[in-house]
Design a protein around this ligand. Sequence first.
Ligand code: CO
Length: 188
Amino acid sequence: MLINNETIIKDNDPLMRSKSKVVKLPLSKEDRDILLDMLKYVEESINPELAESKNLRPAVGISAIQIGIPKRMTAIRFYDVDKNGDEILHEYCLVNPKIVSRSTQKAYLENGEGCLSVVEEHKGHVVRNARITVEGYDFLRDEYITIRARGYLAIVLQHELDHFEGILFYDYIDKNDPFKEIENALVI
Ligand code: CO
């Protein structure tokens, strides 16, 4: 399946507001291929030459609804630094992931969020939970996993899982006061 900036569904399409369906396990060949294609997209998208030649916008995650498939599947891939200062790769192909707990503490990205399906810039604090626990099947590891996420990973997971519900990041920005001070919030 060809995934590039032209084929990715944008937020003017009502599909982006629809709810995605639970995926049947074990995965069909079709669903496995969709996950691998999405993972390939995010991997290639951060390579400047490939991004240029294949018309890819850099991304750390993509959900199936963004390629027109209303199924609860997402691919996430990015490098981060762990608490010891070592580089680590976060890489997941999640199927039917669910947030099972959320911290009361809030968090937002200092520079705001973006999305492959959103062309215009939306400035402001996208207020989310600072820590979450996610459970779901991971196709890469071929097992059910529990992710205890904090920091950037927690933000990315919430962003991608919101796509299953038809929620977009700018829904969380306070329209009257986009840069409103959030008490106790973790700024990432
Ligand atoms: Co998005």
